[in-house]
Write a new protein. Structure first.
Length: 169
């Protein structure tokens, strides 16, 4: 099965299952996923239990992402990476992400080819179409529950506040 066929099949499955317009609510369990970062490190959300996890869904072509990610980078640098794990997930391939990161380095891990994870975290409209603004942010507590979610401009302060509250518990 070629890659395009696989992507179309996965999209169809998630579109059909998304007709109920499910969205991830604050307080609900974060959908399980696994992925590999550019440096080859494997990440599995279930293995990150015990740490606060900050997920950012982004694109190299997203103007808002280009504005917000440097601010998120500063927040990532202010937290102990053993206590707070920052993951930047993109549907784009390794080449695009690598080229972008050469000019705009991150203090957190970029996970390319994360289309399947986007499908899990995206909201759906009434027709079952994906509805996700970029960048989108999810802060997940040490037990795997979503404690903050948002998208768009100027979200780094509320993200940092959510992290602080979770670390103080």
């Amino acid at each position: 099965m070629n890659r395009l066929t696989l992507i179309l099949l996965v999209t169809l499955i998630f579109t059909i299952s998304g007709l109920a317009q499910s969205s991830i609510k604050v307080g609900s369990a974060a959908p399980a996923f696994s992925g590999t970062s550019l440096d080859g490190t494997s990440y599995d959300l279930s293995e990150l239990r015990g740490s606060v996890v900050v997920l950012t869904f982004w694109s190299t072509r997203c103007a808002i992402c280009q504005h917000e990610l440097p601010k998120l980078n500063r927040i990532a640098g202010a937290h102990d990476p053993k206590k707070v794990v920052f993951l930047a997930l993109s549907m784009e391939n390794e080449g695009l992400i690598s080229n972008y990161l050469q000019r705009n380095p991150f203090r957190f891990q970029a996970l390319p080819n994360s289309f399947g994870v986007v499908l899990q975290y995206a909201d759906r409209d009434r027709s079952g179409n994906i509805d996700m603004g970029f960048p989108s942010f999810f802060v997940i507590d040490r037990q795997g529950l979503v404690q903050y979610r948002s998208s768009g401009y100027d979200k780094t302060e509320p993200i940092n506040d959510a992290i602080g509250k979770l670390l103080s518990k």
